[in-house]
Design a protein. Structure first.
Length: 245
């Protein structure tokens, strides 16, 4: 649901720079679903941190839309639905509490090819799929193959392996806000690899996102109280009795 709807939305007009911003709708979805299905309590600190991060993402999205990057309604709705799919995945991973999260990630990777292949056959047709397989080992396809290897090995197996490890150990409302760092990393990566220098508005909004994540994820933990540390209550002394002579 996450990647299928995301890629279809990008194929029909969702700008690649705006897609990771809209996809962060998964964070409030995850927080709400965690509270409903997992009975996770939200602290005021987490709510404020998420709202600050959402505000930063909104500033970036509105700023890019004002510069001519606005997407049509259907691609935006598909990307929002992809964020909902990501949120459901977070809740399922949290509920699984897998003792070996990397194994869970590997088994999860077995399922998506079936519905994604059906979706590809439906929307793109068998001929295009066959052409993709036939030309996969040509020099022209090398950049696409390298990108595919990165998505499979680094983003999916390694990235989601670490992500599921965090979800197995911490509440989803604590882990989910870190997904809001994705657009910030995207802007910095575009700056580093494609010379797309972010302007002051995007830098300030990115600082809001990072600050909100750090504020929401910080929890104060009190040291556990030992059983022998109970307060000592002084008992009244009994009057001394005189011993018989």
């Amino acid at each position: 649901m996450q990647f299928g709807l995301l890629y279809v939305g990008m194929a029909i007009g969702m700008p690649s720079g705006l897609a990771p911003l809209v996809l962060q709708a998964s964070v409030p979805f995850t927080v709400v679903l965690g509270a409903v299905f997992l009975r996770e309590r939200l602290s005021a600190r987490q709510v404020v941190g998420v709202l600050v991060s959402v505000a930063g993402l909104t500033v970036i999205a509105v700023h890019r839309a004002a510069e001519g990057s606005a997407a049509a309604l259907v691609p935006v709705l598909l990307t929002v639905a992809a964020g909902l799919g990501w949120a459901f995945g977070n809740i399922c991973s949290r509920q699984a509490r897998a003792p070996k999260p990397l194994h869970l990630t590997l088994w999860m990777s077995v399922i998506p090819p079936v519905p994604l292949l059906a979706l590809s056959l439906l929307l793109e047709g068998p001929r295009r799929d066959w052409d993709s397989l036939r030309t996969a080992f040509t020099m022209e396809a090398l950049p696409a193959v390298l990108g595919l290897l990165y998505i499979v090995l680094v983003a999916s197996l390694l990235g989601y392996g670490l992500w599921n490890t965090l979800l197995a150990r911490h509440a989803s409302s604590v882990v989910a806000p870190f997904a809001m760092l994705v657009p910030v990393v995207g802007v910095l990566s575009a700056w580093l690899f494609f010379d797309e220098v972010p302007d002051l508005v995007e830098l300030v909004a990115g600082a809001l996102v990072v600050g909100g994540v750090l504020y929401a994820s910080h929890t104060s933990r009190r040291p556990p109280r030992r059983p022998d540390a109970e307060p000592h209550v002084a008992l009244p002394l009994e009057p001394e009795r005189s011993l018989p002579a």
